[in-house]
Design a protein around this ligand. Structure first.
Ligand SMILES: Cc1ncc(COP(=O)(O)O)c(C=O)c1O
Length: 317
């Protein structure tokens, strides 16, 4: 892999551990699983996006950007971590959110606390964020500034490199497994596939889509995995993979079955599952464990801020 040539800002603590758990939630579908602890990546509030961020920020610094324009909704872990990390490097951040200003999201509070300038598109359509980010960047360029645009979730071939490294990291920890991982923008799974292709391991991957329809996200993942592999000079074939539908009522929380599972996870094993990604992916795994061959490794991606939002809402009198 040509990773050594890519600019990277070291932020996280790697490798994250692989932890065998006998009983995650008191349900047969979640017994005897391995858990890859990317909730413990070690920078700020952690989570899988620390890996993405290391390469996105490295690239922004390498091209001498003065402002990062990031598309990310009020609960975006990626945008919040980016705001914190960019502040440490002296780069300004503009975060473009969908919808209208609203309080109550810890991730957005963190972005603001780190000094990000936040703007709302006024549209409920989440793709409005990417469009507005591009518009803002053109206006900045016309003003002689050097903006660096980051799409939702940091899902670019460069951002995916963080998870290509994670794929190689995993193979040094586990030789055989079916990996189950939550999928939003698809950048993380795309990088993971590229990294596993470099190792030639027999690890299979199942992504659980929590926001986009399966066909749409599968096409995006396949394209990004190939682009990331090309960037890194990886010529091996991608492992066996697929994406399944874990959206429930749609993007975000508010799925009673997933919320109930999150409660059981906390009681049985202390596992903190956010309602947007991990509770949904684990709900899928709980119902489909019998279909998966060999040992199962659940890739825990963090999301502590949204989990805390959920608890705060529940606790309101
Ligand atoms: C906690 C958490 N898990 C999973 C994901 C999904 O990752 P990706 O967008 O790379 O598919 C995200 C994305 O922001 C996330 O914040």
């Amino acid at each position: 892999m040509a990773l050594v040539n890519l600019p990277r800002v070291p932020l996280g603590i790697f490798p994250t551990p692989v932890h065998p758990v006998a009983d995650l939630a008191g349900t047969p579908g979640l017994r005897d699983v391995l858990v890859k602890r990317d909730d413990l990546t070690g920078f700020s509030w952690g989570g899988n996006k620390v890996r993405t961020l290391e390469y996105v920020l490295g690239d922004a610094l390498a091209v001498r950007a003065d402002t990062i324009v990031v598309a990310g909704g009020p609960t975006s872990n990626f945008a919040a971590l980016l705001a914190v990390a960019a502040a440490g490097q002296g780069i300004a951040v503009v975060q473009v959110c969908y919808g209208n200003e609203r309080g109550g999201a810890a991730a957005l509070a963190l972005s603001k606390r780190a000094g990000a300038c936040v703007e709302f598109t006024g549209s409920a359509d989440r793709s409005s964020m990417d469009e507005r980010a591009a518009e803002l960047a053109s206006a900045m360029r016309a003003d002689g500034r050097r903006p660096y645009v980051v799409p939702r979730g940091g899902a670019t071939p460069v951002g995916a490199c963080g998870f290509a490294v994670a794929g190689v990291e995993l193979v040094s920890q586990v030789t055989e497994a079916t990996v189950v991982i939550p999928v939003g923008s698809g950048g993380s799974i795309a990088g993971l596939l590229a990294g596993l292709a470099a190792t030639g391991s027999g690890i299979d991957v199942v992504g659980v889509s929590v926001s986009r329809p399966v066909e749409e996200i599968e096409t995006q993942v396949a394209t990004r995995a190939t682009e990331c592999a090309r960037l890194l000079g990886i010529t091996g074939t991608l492992p066996r993979w697929r994406v399944v539908d874990g959206r429930g009522p749609g993007y975000g929380g508010g799925w009673p079955e997933a919320d109930a599972l999150a409660g059981a996870l906390l009681e049985h094993s202390g596992f903190v599952a956010d309602p947007v990604y991990n509770a949904k992916a684990l709900l899928w795994l709980n119902g489909h464990r019998d279909e998966l061959p060999g040992p199962v490794l659940y890739w825990s991606t963090g999301g502590a801020l949204a989990a805390a939002d959920e608890l705060t809402t529940e606790a309101k009198p």
